[in-house]
Design a protein around this ligand. Sequence first.
Ligand SMILES: Nc1ncnc2[nH]cnc12
Ligand SMILES: [Zn+2]
Length: 336
Amino acid sequence: MVLPKAELHLHIEGTLEPELAFELAERNGVELPWAGTEALREAYRFQDLQSFLNLYYELMAVLRTERDFEDLADAYLARAAAQGVRHAEIFFDPQAHIARGVGMGTVVEGLWRALGRSRETHGVSTRLIMCFLRDESAESAMATLEEAKPYLDRITGVGLDSAEVGHPPAKFRAVYEAAAALGLRRVAHAGEEGPPAYIAEALDVLGVERIDHGLRCMEDPALVERLVRERVPLTLCPLSNVRLRAVDTLADHPLPAMLDAGLMCTVNSDDPAYFGGYAGDNFDAVQRVLGLSQERLRELARNSFLASFLEDEEELRARYLAEVEAYRWHDTEGAE
Ligand SMILES: Nc1ncnc2[nH]cnc12
Ligand SMILES: [Zn+2]
């Protein structure tokens, strides 16, 4: 679906398609344990978040040089643009690269080569959000923030990702305080596999402005009421939730109930190379399977721009919002 939209929940390492992975492996002399792209795709059957993360971190071995990160981001931006993404706020996981001997500068400068020219090359504006791995220590997160200081002109905010259960947001209180003091925006994954209490904790202790996923808020009516009242954006990822078994099937996804409850939902792709679809594919899927109306889809697109970190470019945000309102459905889209 090419309805104009912002993508607010996208891990750049999760856009590594098997074809590019093998190309980079060859370029860098990295041996992969799969015979080819088909065998690698066969491995994309996940039981839960951890089983996905194991493969996601393993395949990162092929990303070594600035050019690799540039090619990765360029490939994502081209695919996203073709599906109506006009603005992308892109996560990256520096600790996963630094642990392999690939420095912060290689990652940020490589990504920036693609992001810095993306409005001209792809018609997509971008922001970069640095995520801390929550299954690593708070000290490691603080050291990562320190390493990022030379690159803060390229980085808009910080996030929190990786294995959620057993790693509550409060573990990262100090690093989020330090990030806020540096003028960085704050988001965090919460309520994907972890309990609703993690969502409240991310708001109260970390001061986040958006919740990534937030799916499990529906188990706590008082929390839902708060999220509605405070208009906290939730960056939902429906196809991800199916592949990582946070929901049984897409038909069971609570998105319609969440919208009916008045929650400020957005729809995103998370790790599209692994979960079977980019942003537009996620919109197509929820339209087709959950029967969302054209007005609901337009609301999701509007929310994505309202929840984006475009405060320094309000004119651009206004232009995107006008594009959402002016959008005319194609014959095959959003039929009612
Ligand atoms: N869906 C997800 N949840 C937590 N960490 C992630 N890292 C990449 N994708 C993720
Ligand atoms: Zn995610």
